[in-house]
Write a protein that binds this ligand. Structure first.
Ligand SMILES: Cc1ncc(C[n+]2csc(CCOP(=O)(O)OP(=O)(O)O)c2C)c(N)n1
Ligand SMILES: [Mg+2]
Length: 339
């Protein structure tokens, strides 16, 4: 038995299911050509994103990456904002200027993932150092794929965070693949957690498809960081059941591997556990599913009715004095005299 309250367990379930159902809607929109750019799913990885984000406290900060839609939902981003973000409509957090999860909502502690893999670690280390100077007890969490952990910026950043004992939690989303590169061609260490001793850090490996185990391990990691013990590397073993993005048919993966991981689907597993433990039964699950679906119907209609941003919005938010400079930028980039 777990000491996690039934209330939190039901919330973990609700957010995993919301992530999945929202992504299903987004796949439909993608197939209708309504998504601007690519669409990256977290199918099979919902427990890792939801379980870790649920363990963060008010005021903590994090960078989601492509598999962390669930983390942003836990943190209070509305599904309709995500729908607008993916369709590049007004009403999206980036007001149509960027897609996927590339947006920041500082009041919710969400900062846009940095496109270059691994660079979140040094950037977040700097943010945590700044908060320490300000006397704040902020914990920072960043997600990193197995591929991202091979990038130089990760190693420099984690070394800096370790030396300064910064309250940083790195969640490794170990899903064995970095696009089409398998882990064997990525790193010689047996596990990503093996990287911790070299930097004097603590680490733990957890079943990333067991949402309760992820939540409990994330609480331990966050407490460790907040208590001044320095960074913590939490390796979640999970699996990307779809391709890198919707355009990728996963032709480089043996189908048997995918079939094997389907049996460990985090949502189906948690449903069984909730039932075995007497926390939530089929009728309760159906109620949650219907409620989510009903809201998503409304959200999709609402998002599709939102206008595209005005073209001149592209030039805003670049300089502090934006009004003054919009005209000049347009002259330079859209036409006119570039001198
Ligand atoms: C430095 C760098 N190289 C390549 C890319 C392109 N890219 C974006 S995501 C990705 C795969 C990342 O794999 P992984 O870190 O394992 O995360 P996963 O997609 O498995 O969640 C690649 C190659 C990039 N954004 N940055
Ligand atoms: Mg990966």
């Amino acid at each position: 038995m777990t000491d996690v309250s039934p209330e939190i367990q039901k919330n973990l379930y609700r957010f995993m299911l919301l992530t999945r159902l929202l992504e299903e809607r987004l796949v439909n929109l993608y197939r209708q050509g309504k998504i601007v750019g690519g669409f990256y799913r977290s199918l099979g990885q919902e427990a890792t994103a939801v379980g870790t984000a649920m363990a963060l406290a008010e005021g903590d900060i994090f960078f989601p990456v492509i598999r962390d839609l669930g983390a942003t939902l836990v943190r209070g981003v509305a599904p309709r904002q995500i729908l607008c973000q993916q369709m590049a409509r007004e009403g999206s957090p980036s007001r149509g200027r960027d897609g996927v999860l590339h947006f920041s909502i500082p009041e919710k502690g969400i900062y846009a993932p940095i496109a270059m893999l691994g660079t979140a670690v040094p950037v977040m280390s700097g943010m945590l150092l700044a908060d320490r100077y300000l006397g704040k007890k902020t914990v920072g969490l960043t997600y990193l794929g197995d591929g991202a952990s091979s990038v130089g910026a990760f190693h420099e950043g984690i070394n800096f965070a370790g030396v300064n004992r910064l309250p940083l939690v790195v969640v490794f989303e170990f899903n064995r693949w970095a696009y089409s590169t398998p882990y064997e061609k990525q790193c010689g260490a047996m596990t990503l957690a093996d990287k911790a001793p070299g930097y004097g850090l603590s680490a733990k490996i957890v079943d990333g498809n067991d949402v309760l185990a992820v939540y409990e391990a994330a609480r331990t990691a966050i407490d460790h960081a907040r208590s001044g013990n320095g960074p913590f590397l939490l390796e979640c073993k999970t699996y990307r059941l779809k391709g890198h993005a919707e355009h990728d048919a996963q032709s480089y993966i043996d189908r048997a591997e995918i079939e094997e991981w389907k049996k460990r689907d985090p949502i189906a597993r948690f449903e069984k556990r909730l039932e075995d433990d007497g926390v939530l039964f089929a009728a309760g699950r159906d109620e949650i599913r219907h409620e989510i679906s009903r809201h998503l119907d409304e959200d999709v209609d609402w998002a599709e009715a939102q206008p595209s941003p005005l073209p001149d919005y592209e030039f805003r938010g670049v300089y502090a004095d934006e009004d003054l400079l919009v005209e000049r930028q347009q002259e330079i980039f859209v036409g006119g005299d570039p001198s």
